[in-house]
Design a protein around this ligand. Sequence first.
Ligand code: Z5A
Length: 212
Amino acid sequence: MSCSRGALIVLEGVDRAGKTTQCQKLVHALQQSGRAAEIMRFPDRTTKIGQLISSYLEKKSNLEDHTVHLLFSANRWEMVPLMKQKLEQGISLVVDRYAFSGVAFTSAKPGFTLEWCMNPDIGLPKPDLVMFLQLNPNTAANRGEYGIERYETSAFQRTVHQRFEELMQDSSVNWKVVDAARTIEEVHKDIKLLSEDIISLAQNQPVGELWR
Ligand code: Z5A
């Protein structure tokens, strides 16, 4: 491991919280300030596993609930060699959803515990920072209708939100809650500051292992 690795920064949050918007703005701002940074997103729909997931989300195919959970996790594991390589090269990764979405969404389904859902993702590269974009359902509703993909209903999203709240009780993960109800620029300013701090802190530390 080089002595100045990149930071692993994750954005999580409910539907329409602005994760994609903020990931893009953050990467752009970091690059503008001379820091190496790249965006990643999960699911990564470009791989073979990602295509199975995409077809499931678009309701073009059905998959058994445990099976799709394991596919989402496999989709992260298949990117781990690349993630580690980039971090070692000093590139900070800004990641749009990660294992926390995996656990929050599956455990919102009947019959799933948080513990079962966390298991396949144990040992993934541990994010140095996870920012949860907090947005209440009414404000989210003002950002447009839910889409047509699976999971895009308000009842399901409320349960997902509760699961995220449970995950945020875990102090082994560096969670920061960001008020996402403000303007895009205001939210960006906070996210940028938090990210710059963690990039400085992480550079001399090894990458950890999630939930281990
Ligand atoms: N999933 C899973 O089940 N298991 C897993 O392991 C993983 C994921 C990783 C993937 O969806 C689905 O897979 C997701 C979780 C599940 N299901 N759901 N629901 P995706 O990642 O492909 O897409 P998405 O995550 O659903 O996108 P999103 O949540 O709908 O949007 P977002 O990224 O949070 O927001 P955005 O696209 O940046 O912005 C949404 C709109 O709001 C847009 O018009 C913006 O211009 C606007 N916006 C953004 N910020 C603001 C502010 N501050 N003010 C006003 N308007 C704003």
